[in-house]
Design a protein around this ligand. Structure first.
Ligand code: GAP
Length: 493
Protein backbone atom coordinates (compact mmCIF):
# COMPACT_ATOMS: atom_id res chain seq x y z
CA UNK A 1 0.00 0.00 0.00
CA UNK A 2 2.72 2.43 1.11
CA UNK A 3 4.68 1.44 -2.01
CA UNK A 4 1.83 2.53 -4.24
CA UNK A 5 1.69 5.87 -2.53
CA UNK A 6 5.44 6.29 -3.04
CA UNK A 7 5.19 5.22 -6.69
CA UNK A 8 2.41 7.68 -7.20
CA UNK A 9 4.31 10.46 -5.50
CA UNK A 10 7.34 9.76 -7.67
CA UNK A 11 5.24 9.79 -10.84
CA UNK A 12 3.70 13.10 -9.75
CA UNK A 13 7.15 14.62 -9.22
CA UNK A 14 8.24 13.49 -12.70
CA UNK A 15 5.20 14.94 -14.41
CA UNK A 16 5.43 18.13 -12.35
CA UNK A 17 9.08 18.50 -13.41
CA UNK A 18 8.01 18.33 -17.04
CA UNK A 19 4.84 20.41 -16.78
CA UNK A 20 6.63 23.39 -15.23
CA UNK A 21 9.82 23.34 -17.31
CA UNK A 22 12.26 21.68 -14.92
CA UNK A 23 13.26 18.51 -16.82
CA UNK A 24 12.48 17.24 -20.32
CA UNK A 25 13.35 13.99 -22.03
CA UNK A 26 16.22 14.65 -24.45
CA UNK A 27 15.20 14.86 -28.14
CA UNK A 28 11.61 14.28 -27.11
CA UNK A 29 10.16 15.09 -30.56
CA UNK A 30 12.14 12.07 -31.84
CA UNK A 31 10.74 9.87 -29.04
CA UNK A 32 13.64 10.64 -26.73
CA UNK A 33 17.08 9.23 -26.08
CA UNK A 34 17.14 6.71 -23.29
CA UNK A 35 18.55 7.96 -19.97
CA UNK A 36 19.44 11.40 -21.32
CA UNK A 37 17.56 14.47 -20.09
CA UNK A 38 17.50 18.22 -20.68
CA UNK A 39 16.99 20.79 -17.97
CA UNK A 40 14.41 23.43 -18.85
CA UNK A 41 14.09 27.09 -17.96
CA UNK A 42 13.42 26.47 -14.25
CA UNK A 43 15.45 23.26 -13.97
CA UNK A 44 18.61 24.97 -15.12
CA UNK A 45 18.10 27.72 -12.51
CA UNK A 46 17.56 25.18 -9.74
CA UNK A 47 20.57 23.18 -10.89
CA UNK A 48 22.75 26.31 -10.93
CA UNK A 49 21.63 27.15 -7.40
CA UNK A 50 22.57 23.66 -6.16
CA UNK A 51 25.96 24.05 -7.83
CA UNK A 52 26.44 27.44 -6.19
CA UNK A 53 25.55 26.00 -2.79
CA UNK A 54 28.13 23.25 -3.24
CA UNK A 55 30.82 25.54 -4.65
CA UNK A 56 30.40 28.08 -1.86
CA UNK A 57 30.47 25.39 0.82
CA UNK A 58 33.47 23.55 -0.62
CA UNK A 59 35.60 26.25 -2.27
CA UNK A 60 34.68 29.66 -0.89
CA UNK A 61 34.29 28.51 2.72
CA UNK A 62 37.61 26.61 2.75
CA UNK A 63 40.79 28.62 2.33
CA UNK A 64 42.65 25.43 1.46
CA UNK A 65 40.31 24.26 -1.33
CA UNK A 66 40.42 25.65 -4.86
CA UNK A 67 38.30 24.88 -7.91
CA UNK A 68 39.20 23.91 -11.46
CA UNK A 69 37.40 23.13 -14.71
CA UNK A 70 39.22 20.36 -16.56
CA UNK A 71 38.38 19.24 -20.11
CA UNK A 72 36.08 16.29 -20.70
CA UNK A 73 38.50 14.73 -23.20
CA UNK A 74 41.67 13.40 -21.62
CA UNK A 75 44.68 11.47 -22.87
CA UNK A 76 43.62 7.81 -23.33
CA UNK A 77 46.41 6.69 -20.99
CA UNK A 78 44.61 8.43 -18.12
CA UNK A 79 41.92 5.75 -18.22
CA UNK A 80 44.49 2.96 -18.45
CA UNK A 81 46.21 4.35 -15.37
CA UNK A 82 42.98 4.88 -13.44
CA UNK A 83 41.87 1.30 -14.12
CA UNK A 84 38.76 2.28 -16.06
CA UNK A 85 39.81 0.63 -19.34
CA UNK A 86 40.29 -2.76 -17.71
CA UNK A 87 37.95 -2.60 -14.76
CA UNK A 88 35.03 -0.22 -15.26
CA UNK A 89 32.62 -2.96 -16.25
CA UNK A 90 29.15 -4.20 -15.44
CA UNK A 91 28.22 -7.87 -15.94
CA UNK A 92 25.43 -7.99 -18.49
CA UNK A 93 23.12 -10.63 -19.83
CA UNK A 94 20.64 -10.58 -22.75
CA UNK A 95 17.33 -12.33 -23.07
CA UNK A 96 17.29 -14.12 -26.43
CA UNK A 97 13.55 -13.67 -26.97
CA UNK A 98 13.00 -10.02 -26.00
CA UNK A 99 16.56 -8.97 -26.96
CA UNK A 100 16.52 -6.89 -23.78
CA UNK A 101 19.78 -6.37 -21.93
CA UNK A 102 20.08 -6.48 -18.15
CA UNK A 103 22.75 -6.13 -15.52
CA UNK A 104 23.15 -9.65 -14.17
CA UNK A 105 23.67 -8.38 -10.61
CA UNK A 106 20.55 -6.22 -10.89
CA UNK A 107 18.41 -9.22 -11.85
CA UNK A 108 19.75 -11.03 -8.79
CA UNK A 109 19.23 -7.95 -6.56
CA UNK A 110 15.60 -7.79 -7.69
CA UNK A 111 15.17 -11.47 -6.82
CA UNK A 112 16.71 -10.91 -3.38
CA UNK A 113 14.26 -8.05 -2.80
CA UNK A 114 11.38 -10.31 -3.82
CA UNK A 115 12.54 -13.08 -1.43
CA UNK A 116 12.71 -10.50 1.36
CA UNK A 117 9.26 -9.17 0.57
CA UNK A 118 7.89 -12.71 0.70
CA UNK A 119 9.54 -13.30 4.09
CA UNK A 120 12.10 -15.78 2.64
CA UNK A 121 14.97 -14.10 4.48
CA UNK A 122 17.25 -17.18 4.52
CA UNK A 123 17.00 -17.54 0.77
CA UNK A 124 17.62 -13.83 0.32
CA UNK A 125 20.71 -13.92 2.52
CA UNK A 126 22.09 -17.01 0.77
CA UNK A 127 21.62 -15.50 -2.69
CA UNK A 128 23.17 -12.21 -1.55
CA UNK A 129 26.25 -14.02 -0.30
CA UNK A 130 26.53 -16.20 -3.45
CA UNK A 131 26.19 -13.14 -5.66
CA UNK A 132 28.76 -11.13 -3.69
CA UNK A 133 31.25 -13.98 -3.97
CA UNK A 134 30.69 -14.30 -7.72
CA UNK A 135 31.06 -10.54 -8.25
CA UNK A 136 34.18 -10.36 -6.12
CA UNK A 137 35.76 -13.22 -8.08
CA UNK A 138 34.41 -11.81 -11.37
CA UNK A 139 33.01 -15.30 -11.93
CA UNK A 140 30.60 -14.58 -14.81
CA UNK A 141 29.45 -18.22 -15.45
CA UNK A 142 28.56 -18.45 -11.75
CA UNK A 143 26.34 -15.35 -12.09
CA UNK A 144 24.49 -17.04 -14.94
CA UNK A 145 24.11 -20.23 -12.91
CA UNK A 146 22.59 -18.21 -10.07
CA UNK A 147 20.11 -16.60 -12.48
CA UNK A 148 19.13 -20.07 -13.73
CA UNK A 149 19.01 -21.72 -10.30
CA UNK A 150 16.72 -19.01 -8.97
CA UNK A 151 14.50 -19.28 -12.05
CA UNK A 152 14.74 -15.61 -12.97
CA UNK A 153 12.74 -14.80 -16.09
CA UNK A 154 12.98 -11.79 -18.39
CA UNK A 155 10.39 -9.24 -17.19
CA UNK A 156 9.50 -8.51 -20.83
CA UNK A 157 9.34 -11.92 -22.57
CA UNK A 158 8.74 -13.97 -19.44
CA UNK A 159 11.22 -16.61 -20.67
CA UNK A 160 14.45 -17.88 -19.14
CA UNK A 161 16.31 -18.10 -22.43
CA UNK A 162 19.50 -16.19 -21.50
CA UNK A 163 22.83 -15.52 -23.22
CA UNK A 164 26.10 -15.94 -21.35
CA UNK A 165 27.04 -13.17 -18.90
CA UNK A 166 29.62 -10.80 -20.40
CA UNK A 167 31.56 -7.82 -19.10
CA UNK A 168 30.43 -4.55 -20.57
CA UNK A 169 32.70 -1.49 -20.29
CA UNK A 170 30.70 1.58 -19.31
CA UNK A 171 32.92 4.16 -21.00
CA UNK A 172 31.81 5.86 -24.21
CA UNK A 173 34.55 6.16 -26.79
CA UNK A 174 34.93 8.29 -29.89
CA UNK A 175 37.54 9.08 -32.54
CA UNK A 176 39.78 12.04 -31.81
CA UNK A 177 41.19 13.96 -34.80
CA UNK A 178 39.71 14.67 -38.22
CA UNK A 179 41.55 12.05 -40.28
CA UNK A 180 40.28 8.50 -40.18
CA UNK A 181 43.89 7.38 -40.37
CA UNK A 182 45.93 8.44 -37.42
CA UNK A 183 42.94 9.38 -35.35
CA UNK A 184 42.95 8.07 -31.84
CA UNK A 185 40.30 6.48 -29.68
CA UNK A 186 39.46 8.68 -26.71
CA UNK A 187 36.87 8.34 -23.99
CA UNK A 188 34.24 10.64 -22.62
CA UNK A 189 35.25 10.87 -18.97
CA UNK A 190 33.24 8.56 -16.69
CA UNK A 191 34.15 10.67 -13.62
CA UNK A 192 35.54 14.17 -13.15
CA UNK A 193 38.06 13.04 -10.53
CA UNK A 194 40.85 12.13 -12.96
CA UNK A 195 40.93 15.71 -14.29
CA UNK A 196 41.84 16.70 -10.73
CA UNK A 197 44.48 14.01 -10.22
CA UNK A 198 46.39 14.83 -13.41
CA UNK A 199 46.38 18.53 -12.43
CA UNK A 200 47.49 17.88 -8.86
CA UNK A 201 51.00 19.31 -9.32
CA UNK A 202 49.90 22.17 -11.62
CA UNK A 203 47.50 23.43 -8.98
CA UNK A 204 49.74 22.71 -6.00
CA UNK A 205 52.67 24.60 -7.52
CA UNK A 206 50.85 27.55 -9.13
CA UNK A 207 48.52 27.98 -6.15
CA UNK A 208 51.36 27.39 -3.63
CA UNK A 209 49.06 24.97 -1.85
CA UNK A 210 50.20 23.33 1.36
CA UNK A 211 48.96 19.92 2.41
CA UNK A 212 46.26 19.31 3.51
CA UNK A 213 44.47 20.96 0.59
CA UNK A 214 41.68 20.18 -1.83
CA UNK A 215 40.80 20.62 -5.50
CA UNK A 216 37.12 20.79 -6.42
CA UNK A 217 35.35 20.51 -9.73
CA UNK A 218 31.84 20.42 -11.19
CA UNK A 219 31.36 18.86 -14.59
CA UNK A 220 29.77 16.36 -16.91
CA UNK A 221 30.51 12.65 -16.78
CA UNK A 222 29.32 9.90 -19.11
CA UNK A 223 28.55 6.24 -18.47
CA UNK A 224 26.93 3.82 -20.87
CA UNK A 225 24.75 2.37 -18.11
CA UNK A 226 23.34 -1.06 -18.99
CA UNK A 227 20.12 -0.29 -17.27
CA UNK A 228 18.98 3.24 -16.86
CA UNK A 229 15.91 3.86 -14.79
CA UNK A 230 14.19 6.00 -12.22
CA UNK A 231 14.21 9.20 -14.23
CA UNK A 232 17.38 11.27 -13.62
CA UNK A 233 18.65 8.85 -10.98
CA UNK A 234 20.78 6.84 -13.40
CA UNK A 235 21.67 8.66 -16.58
CA UNK A 236 24.12 8.15 -19.41
CA UNK A 237 25.16 11.80 -19.33
CA UNK A 238 25.18 13.39 -15.88
CA UNK A 239 27.02 15.85 -13.73
CA UNK A 240 29.27 15.33 -10.74
CA UNK A 241 30.53 17.69 -8.05
CA UNK A 242 33.77 16.18 -6.80
CA UNK A 243 36.52 17.24 -4.43
CA UNK A 244 39.83 15.50 -3.87
CA UNK A 245 41.46 16.34 -0.55
CA UNK A 246 45.22 15.64 -0.45
CA UNK A 247 46.57 14.65 2.94
CA UNK A 248 49.65 13.20 4.62
CA UNK A 249 49.81 9.40 4.61
CA UNK A 250 48.63 8.28 8.03
CA UNK A 251 46.23 11.22 8.41
CA UNK A 252 43.71 9.78 5.96
CA UNK A 253 41.44 8.18 8.60
CA UNK A 254 41.12 11.50 10.45
CA UNK A 255 40.18 13.39 7.26
CA UNK A 256 37.81 10.67 6.11
CA UNK A 257 35.87 11.12 9.39
CA UNK A 258 35.98 14.91 8.95
CA UNK A 259 34.53 14.84 5.43
CA UNK A 260 31.86 12.30 6.35
CA UNK A 261 30.51 14.66 8.96
CA UNK A 262 30.98 17.83 6.89
CA UNK A 263 29.15 16.43 3.89
CA UNK A 264 26.19 15.16 5.90
CA UNK A 265 25.91 18.62 7.50
CA UNK A 266 25.82 20.20 4.03
CA UNK A 267 22.83 18.04 3.12
CA UNK A 268 21.00 18.56 6.39
CA UNK A 269 21.42 22.36 6.39
CA UNK A 270 18.72 22.43 3.70
CA UNK A 271 16.23 21.36 6.34
CA UNK A 272 15.72 17.78 5.18
CA UNK A 273 14.44 15.59 8.05
CA UNK A 274 17.44 13.79 9.59
CA UNK A 275 15.85 10.34 9.20
CA UNK A 276 15.76 10.76 5.42
CA UNK A 277 19.54 10.36 5.33
CA UNK A 278 21.81 7.56 6.39
CA UNK A 279 25.39 6.42 5.87
CA UNK A 280 26.07 3.13 4.18
CA UNK A 281 29.62 2.13 5.04
CA UNK A 282 31.17 -0.19 2.47
CA UNK A 283 32.25 -3.54 3.84
CA UNK A 284 33.81 -4.68 0.58
CA UNK A 285 36.18 -2.04 -0.68
CA UNK A 286 37.48 -1.26 -4.16
CA UNK A 287 41.12 -2.29 -4.53
CA UNK A 288 42.32 1.35 -4.23
CA UNK A 289 40.29 2.31 -1.16
CA UNK A 290 40.88 1.78 2.54
CA UNK A 291 37.49 3.21 3.59
CA UNK A 292 34.32 4.24 1.77
CA UNK A 293 30.81 5.28 2.65
CA UNK A 294 27.73 6.38 0.76
CA UNK A 295 25.39 9.11 1.91
CA UNK A 296 22.01 7.63 1.10
CA UNK A 297 18.69 9.43 0.84
CA UNK A 298 15.29 7.81 1.18
CA UNK A 299 13.84 8.22 -2.30
CA UNK A 300 10.27 7.00 -2.96
CA UNK A 301 11.92 3.80 -4.28
CA UNK A 302 14.04 3.27 -1.16
CA UNK A 303 17.34 4.43 0.32
CA UNK A 304 19.82 5.09 -2.53
CA UNK A 305 23.25 6.64 -2.87
CA UNK A 306 23.49 10.36 -3.51
CA UNK A 307 27.10 10.90 -2.59
CA UNK A 308 30.20 8.81 -2.04
CA UNK A 309 33.05 9.59 0.34
CA UNK A 310 36.10 7.52 -0.46
CA UNK A 311 39.50 7.21 1.12
CA UNK A 312 41.45 6.43 -2.08
CA UNK A 313 44.94 6.09 -0.54
CA UNK A 314 47.76 7.12 -2.91
CA UNK A 315 46.42 4.83 -5.64
CA UNK A 316 45.50 7.39 -8.33
CA UNK A 317 48.57 9.60 -8.01
CA UNK A 318 50.85 6.53 -7.89
CA UNK A 319 49.22 5.11 -11.02
CA UNK A 320 49.64 8.42 -12.88
CA UNK A 321 53.25 8.60 -11.72
CA UNK A 322 53.83 5.12 -13.11
CA UNK A 323 51.98 5.60 -16.42
CA UNK A 324 53.20 9.14 -17.19
CA UNK A 325 56.72 8.71 -15.86
CA UNK A 326 56.31 12.07 -14.08
CA UNK A 327 56.84 12.39 -10.34
CA UNK A 328 53.54 13.05 -8.53
CA UNK A 329 55.18 13.83 -5.20
CA UNK A 330 54.90 16.60 -2.71
CA UNK A 331 57.69 17.97 -0.55
CA UNK A 332 56.41 18.59 2.96
CA UNK A 333 58.78 20.77 4.98
CA UNK A 334 56.64 20.76 8.12
CA UNK A 335 58.33 18.98 10.99
CA UNK A 336 57.16 15.63 12.27
CA UNK A 337 57.17 14.42 15.91
CA UNK A 338 60.92 13.75 15.69
CA UNK A 339 61.55 17.34 14.59
CA UNK A 340 62.43 16.28 11.03
CA UNK A 341 60.69 17.41 7.81
CA UNK A 342 58.08 14.96 6.56
CA UNK A 343 59.92 15.18 3.23
CA UNK A 344 58.79 13.76 -0.13
CA UNK A 345 55.72 11.60 -0.46
CA UNK A 346 52.77 10.83 -2.67
CA UNK A 347 49.75 12.29 -0.83
CA UNK A 348 46.78 10.22 0.22
CA UNK A 349 43.38 11.33 -1.01
CA UNK A 350 39.92 11.65 0.51
CA UNK A 351 37.32 12.13 -2.19
CA UNK A 352 33.80 13.53 -1.85
CA UNK A 353 31.72 12.83 -4.95
CA UNK A 354 28.09 13.86 -5.31
CA UNK A 355 25.85 13.42 -8.34
CA UNK A 356 24.29 16.79 -9.18
CA UNK A 357 21.30 15.22 -10.94
CA UNK A 358 20.58 12.95 -7.97
CA UNK A 359 20.80 15.98 -5.68
CA UNK A 360 18.37 17.74 -8.02
CA UNK A 361 15.95 14.80 -7.86
CA UNK A 362 16.24 14.60 -4.09
CA UNK A 363 15.55 18.34 -3.83
CA UNK A 364 12.45 18.10 -6.02
CA UNK A 365 11.11 15.07 -4.13
CA UNK A 366 11.69 16.71 -0.77
CA UNK A 367 10.07 19.97 -1.80
CA UNK A 368 7.04 18.57 -3.64
CA UNK A 369 3.82 18.74 -1.68
CA UNK A 370 0.16 18.47 -2.49
CA UNK A 371 -1.37 20.44 0.34
CA UNK A 372 -4.99 19.99 1.31
CA UNK A 373 -6.54 23.39 2.00
CA UNK A 374 -10.14 22.21 2.37
CA UNK A 375 -12.21 23.96 4.96
CA UNK A 376 -15.45 22.26 6.01
CA UNK A 377 -17.45 21.52 2.87
CA UNK A 378 -15.17 23.64 0.69
CA UNK A 379 -12.65 21.44 -1.10
CA UNK A 380 -9.35 23.06 -2.02
CA UNK A 381 -5.72 22.07 -2.51
CA UNK A 382 -2.51 23.42 -3.92
CA UNK A 383 0.69 21.92 -5.31
CA UNK A 384 3.80 23.56 -4.06
CA UNK A 385 7.55 23.18 -4.01
CA UNK A 386 8.81 23.99 -0.53
CA UNK A 387 12.29 24.72 -1.84
CA UNK A 388 14.81 26.40 0.40
CA UNK A 389 14.69 30.08 -0.73
CA UNK A 390 18.40 29.92 -1.64
CA UNK A 391 17.65 27.13 -4.12
CA UNK A 392 14.35 28.45 -5.50
CA UNK A 393 14.68 29.14 -9.25
CA UNK A 394 12.66 32.35 -8.99
CA UNK A 395 12.94 34.42 -5.83
CA UNK A 396 10.22 37.03 -6.46
CA UNK A 397 7.14 37.19 -8.67
CA UNK A 398 5.76 40.65 -9.29
CA UNK A 399 2.10 41.11 -10.19
CA UNK A 400 0.07 44.19 -11.06
CA UNK A 401 -3.43 43.61 -9.64
CA UNK A 402 -4.95 44.71 -12.96
CA UNK A 403 -3.58 45.43 -16.41
CA UNK A 404 -4.53 49.14 -16.32
CA UNK A 405 -4.33 52.38 -14.32
CA UNK A 406 -0.53 52.44 -14.45
CA UNK A 407 -0.19 49.30 -12.28
CA UNK A 408 1.85 47.30 -14.86
CA UNK A 409 4.28 50.23 -15.21
CA UNK A 410 4.72 50.46 -11.43
CA UNK A 411 5.18 46.68 -11.16
CA UNK A 412 7.85 46.74 -13.87
CA UNK A 413 9.61 49.60 -12.14
CA UNK A 414 9.81 47.47 -8.96
CA UNK A 415 10.97 44.48 -10.97
CA UNK A 416 13.74 46.53 -12.59
CA UNK A 417 14.97 47.64 -9.19
CA UNK A 418 15.19 44.03 -7.93
CA UNK A 419 16.19 41.93 -10.94
CA UNK A 420 19.93 42.51 -10.71
CA UNK A 421 20.05 40.94 -7.25
CA UNK A 422 17.23 38.39 -7.48
CA UNK A 423 15.79 36.26 -10.24
CA UNK A 424 12.35 37.85 -10.77
CA UNK A 425 9.32 37.00 -12.84
CA UNK A 426 6.56 39.36 -14.01
CA UNK A 427 3.00 38.05 -14.48
CA UNK A 428 -0.16 39.93 -15.35
CA UNK A 429 -2.34 37.16 -16.77
CA UNK A 430 -5.16 35.45 -14.77
CA UNK A 431 -6.71 36.23 -11.42
CA UNK A 432 -4.30 36.92 -8.57
CA UNK A 433 -5.15 33.66 -6.77
CA UNK A 434 -4.24 31.65 -9.86
CA UNK A 435 -0.99 33.55 -10.21
CA UNK A 436 -0.12 32.72 -6.57
CA UNK A 437 -0.78 29.03 -7.17
CA UNK A 438 1.45 28.98 -10.23
CA UNK A 439 4.32 30.47 -8.24
CA UNK A 440 3.70 27.98 -5.40
CA UNK A 441 4.09 25.20 -7.96
CA UNK A 442 7.54 26.41 -8.99
CA UNK A 443 8.67 27.21 -5.46
CA UNK A 444 8.83 31.03 -5.59
CA UNK A 445 9.15 32.21 -1.97
CA UNK A 446 7.71 35.71 -2.48
CA UNK A 447 4.91 37.20 -4.57
CA UNK A 448 4.63 40.97 -4.64
CA UNK A 449 1.32 42.53 -5.69
CA UNK A 450 1.03 46.11 -6.86
CA UNK A 451 -2.45 47.66 -6.45
CA UNK A 452 -4.04 51.10 -6.47
CA UNK A 453 -2.90 51.79 -2.93
CA UNK A 454 0.70 51.31 -4.13
CA UNK A 455 0.34 54.38 -6.34
CA UNK A 456 -0.76 56.41 -3.34
CA UNK A 457 1.61 55.29 -0.57
CA UNK A 458 4.38 53.19 -2.18
CA UNK A 459 3.41 50.03 -0.32
CA UNK A 460 2.89 46.55 -1.79
CA UNK A 461 1.46 43.25 -0.60
CA UNK A 462 4.02 40.50 -0.05
CA UNK A 463 2.61 37.01 -0.02
CA UNK A 464 4.72 34.24 1.53
CA UNK A 465 4.74 30.86 -0.23
CA UNK A 466 4.78 28.46 2.74
CA UNK A 467 2.41 30.19 5.15
CA UNK A 468 0.37 31.99 2.43
CA UNK A 469 0.42 34.95 4.79
CA UNK A 470 0.25 38.41 3.31
CA UNK A 471 1.90 41.54 4.66
CA UNK A 472 1.85 45.14 3.55
CA UNK A 473 5.28 46.70 3.32
CA UNK A 474 6.96 49.73 1.83
CA UNK A 475 8.65 49.20 -1.50
CA UNK A 476 11.95 50.42 -0.11
CA UNK A 477 11.96 47.53 2.41
CA UNK A 478 11.40 44.82 -0.18
CA UNK A 479 15.06 44.28 -0.99
CA UNK A 480 16.06 43.78 2.65
CA UNK A 481 13.18 41.37 3.26
CA UNK A 482 14.01 39.21 0.25
CA UNK A 483 17.77 39.36 0.83
CA UNK A 484 17.34 38.18 4.43
CA UNK A 485 15.63 34.99 3.22
CA UNK A 486 17.73 34.15 0.16
CA UNK A 487 21.13 34.98 1.65
CA UNK A 488 23.62 32.10 1.55
CA UNK A 489 24.40 33.03 5.16
CA UNK A 490 21.22 31.12 6.06
CA UNK A 491 22.92 27.92 4.88
CA UNK A 492 26.62 28.53 5.37
CA UNK A 493 28.32 29.88 8.47
N1 GAP B 1 34.94 9.63 -8.54
C1 GAP B 1 34.18 8.70 -7.82
C2 GAP B 1 32.93 8.33 -8.47
O1 GAP B 1 32.68 8.66 -9.62
P1 GAP B 1 30.71 7.01 -8.10
O2 GAP B 1 30.15 6.42 -6.83
O3 GAP B 1 30.84 6.13 -9.27
O4 GAP B 1 32.13 7.60 -7.67
C3 GAP B 1 29.70 9.36 -7.60
O5 GAP B 1 29.85 8.28 -8.49
C4 GAP B 1 28.30 9.91 -7.64
O6 GAP B 1 27.93 10.21 -8.99
C5 GAP B 1 27.24 8.92 -7.16
O7 GAP B 1 27.09 8.99 -5.76
C6 GAP B 1 26.00 9.41 -7.89
O8 GAP B 1 25.38 10.45 -7.15
C7 GAP B 1 26.55 9.99 -9.17
N2 GAP B 1 26.34 9.05 -10.30
C8 GAP B 1 27.08 7.98 -10.63
N3 GAP B 1 26.59 7.37 -11.73
C9 GAP B 1 25.51 8.10 -12.12
C10 GAP B 1 24.57 8.00 -13.19
N4 GAP B 1 24.67 7.05 -14.12
N5 GAP B 1 23.58 8.92 -13.27
C11 GAP B 1 23.47 9.91 -12.35
N6 GAP B 1 24.34 10.06 -11.32
C12 GAP B 1 25.35 9.18 -11.20
Amino acid sequence: MAKNTNDEQFKNVISHAKEYGFVFQSSEIYDGLSAVYDYGQLGSELKNNIKTYWWKAMVQMHENIVGIDAAIFMHPKVWKASGHVDGFNDPMIDNKESKKRYRADQLLEDKIARYEKDGKTDKAAQLQSDMDQALQAEDLPRLKTLIEEHEIACPVSGTRNWTEVRQFNLMFSTQFGAMAEGSEEVYLRPETAQGIFVNFLNVQKTGRMKIPFGIAQIGKAFRNEVIARQFIMRMREFEQMEMQFFVRPGEDAKWFAYWKEARLKWHQALGTPADKYRFHDHVKLAHYANAATDIEFEFPFGFKEVEGIHSRTDFDLSQHQQFSGKKMQYFDNDLNEDGKPYGNYIPYVIETSIGLDRMFLLTMINAFEEEDLSEGEKQDSRTLLRLHPCLAPVKVAIFPLTKKDGLPEKAKEIMNSLKLDFNCIYEEKDAIGKRYRRQDAIGTPFCVTVDHQTLEDNTVTVRHRDSMEQQRIEIEHLETLIASKVSWKNLLH
